[in-house]
Design a protein around this ligand. Structure first.
Ligand code: SAM
Length: 284
């Protein structure tokens, strides 16, 4: 197996394949030899569990995933990586690369096609420019992943694991908390990547609840409310929800008051339970 955490190997591969790193695609590849085995260890609950990877880069994490899981499907957008991966992943018949934008993949059909009846976990060093959209895409898909173990920027990790009702929370925090429990596993300093990004990172894991607080369909309408509430977080919840959802201010004020909130409450102050209660009296 090629050692893809060795800087000499990375530079030689890049040179020979005329590969230049794209900032726009978030191409910061992992070079710390301990990180990828740890992501695979935390992220893959049993060898029969299929793994969906998002963004292969040169395949440093893909290799580790393929050592632990019988079946890995990796979605990568940048086709310039094809000749590199042909070389770096050649000894792994259990890896399938799919050249696609993950945001355009219809997950239920895709997973059925790639994994059949297998349970599936997600492991990735996410491209940072689309961290929240990718996580929303996974959580809104209706698929129950065994776990979602991803590297994100430290600030995103703090937001994802924040408590709803605290300043650090955002719409994606709510999406996570409606489906599972998120925890920060370990920090990864910026010099663990090549090229090195300007900020530090952390690996987080989301484990699904056995009994989520609402159905998938209910979650989608709760998320409409949440997205509207957080889109204008400096406004009062009344103003943010009325303009974001296109409903009269008086109807929002009545719903807020029914739930025991003052007219000056801001959406970011509401806890998960309060958001669910509000969604129950303000159907969208
Ligand atoms: N897994 C590798 C590693 O850890 O070194 C690469 C991680 S790098 C942070 C993110 C990868 O995601 C890049 O290979 C990039 O080309 C790919 N990528 C960017 N946008 C994508 C998208 N919309 N869909 C799929 N892959 C994408």
């Amino acid at each position: 197996m090629l050692n893809l955490t060795d800087m000499q190997v990375i530079r030689e591969l890049a040179k020979r394949h005329h590969f230049t790193f794209s900032k726009g695609l978030g191409q910061n590849f992992l070079t710390d030899p301990e990180v990828c085995p740890a992501i695979a260890e935390y992220g893959i609950p049993f060898p029969e569990c299929g793994v969906l990877e998002i963004g292969t880069g040169f395949g440093v994490l893909t290799q580790e995933l393929a050592l632990k899981s019988e079946c890995v499907a990796a979605v990568e957008l940048d086709r310039r990586l094809a000749p590199v991966l042909k070389e770096t992943l050649r000894e792994f018949p259990n890896i399938k690369i799919v050249w696609q934008d993950i945001m355009k993949v219809s997950l239920p059909e895709f997973l059925k096609e790639q994994f059949g009846e297998r349970k599936v976990a997600v492991c990735a060093n996410l491209p940072y420019y689309i961290t929240s959209p990718v996580l929303m895409h996974l959580l809104e898909s209706g698929v129950r992943f065994e776990s979602i173990t991803v590297m994100v920027q430290q600030e995103a990790a703090d937001r994802l694991c924040a408590r709803l009702g605290s300043r650090a929370a955002g719409a994606v925090t709510a999406a996570v908390q409606l489906r599972g429990h998120a925890e920060q596993l370990f920090a990864v300093p910026r010099d663990s990547f090549y090229p090195s990004p300007k900020v530090d990172s952390a690996v987080i894991r989301i484990l699904p609840y056995d009994a989520p607080p609402c159905s998938q369909e209910e979650m989608l309408s709760v998320l409409k409310l949440v997205k509207a509430g957080f889109a204008q977080r400096r406004k009062t919840a009344e103003n943010a929800l009325a303009s974001g959802l296109g409903i009269p201010k008086e109807a929002v004020a009545t719903a807020l008051s029914e739930c025991g909130h003052s007219r000056s409450v801001r959406f970011e102050q509401l806890t998960l339970e309060q958001v669910l209660e509000l969604a129950g009296v303000l159907p969208v």
